[in-house]
Design a protein around this ligand. Structure first.
Ligand code: BG6
Ligand code: MG
Length: 227
């Protein structure tokens, strides 16, 4: 593999960090659970942040009143994804990119900081295409390439390896508690945003990426300190 030559990198989670897809996930699960007569609400939906589709389904099925076998579960997960993709294809566009993202990304590129996506989603490439950022990141690792979902650090360690940057020189940006845990257990500093903006273990937190400058972000790389 060609050496990318970065000495530092920022690995971004996708959903809830780069782009707002939360409502699409929520409405796709809602449609499925209503059809199946399973109780589902926004509080349960919050628990699905950052974790894989199948693990999300397992959490949802805790409220089910009947047993679902392996084949049933695969069917349900596939149907939820069809509903989700229907929404993504009809509605997702660059206006869903979250605040601050399009200021920070070009600055990081100019400063020769590697930028990657580390996402649990198996739809990451489709989403990047819909928001006009396909081909923009130096590395994209998605849910197709990992065996263990966050809070396991696999997705971030693979991204760091592909960037050619040691874990201690990477900063992760995450909105999920499971993602913050994953970054820390991979030996990376982590910026918590959105739903993780009060995470007590994050290296630093901000409500969204418009509230941090590129230099403050770079200062967090490998620091473990707060700005
Ligand atoms: C994560 C989301 O990015 O991807 C989770 O935060 C979602 O809510 C997971 O379950 C898997 O997504 P997908 O697109 O593969 O169903
Ligand atoms: Mg996320």
């Amino acid at each position: 593999m060609k050496e990318k030559g970065f000495s530092q990198a920022v690995i971004f989670d996708l959903d809830g960090v780069i782009v707002s897809t939360d409502e699409f996930h929520f409405w796709a699960w809602k449609r499925l659970t209503e059809r199946e007569g399973i109780y589902f609400d926004r509080w349960i939906n919050e628990k699905l942040r950052g974790i894989s589709r199948m693990q999300s389904l397992e959490i949802i099925l805790e409220k089910a009143t009947r047993e679902y076998g392996v084949a049933d579960k695969q069917q349900l997960a596939a149907e939820k994804n069809e509903y989700y993709i229907e929404l993504i294809n009809s509605q997702l566009n660059p206006s869903y990119i979250l605040p601050g993202v399009m200021t920070l990304l070009p600055c990081l590129k100019r400063k020769r900081i590697g930028i990657a996506i580390g996402s649990s989603s198996r739809n990451a490439l489709l989403i990047l295409e819909k928001i006009g950022l396909d081909g923009y990141f130096d590395v994209v690792v998605d849910g197709h390439e990992i065996e263990k979902s966050k809070p396991d650090p696999e997705v971030f360690l693979l991204a760091a390896k592909r960037l050619g940057v040691p874990a201690e020189n990477c900063l992760v940006v995450e909105d999920a508690d499971s993602g913050v845990e994953a970054a820390l257990s991979g030996g990376m500093s982590v910026l918590g945003v959105g739903s993780a903006c009060h995470h007590p273990k994050a290296t630093h937190t901000v409500p969204d990426l418009s509230k941090i400058s590129v230099q403050e972000l770079i200062d967090l790389i490998g620091s473990g300190k707060t700005v």
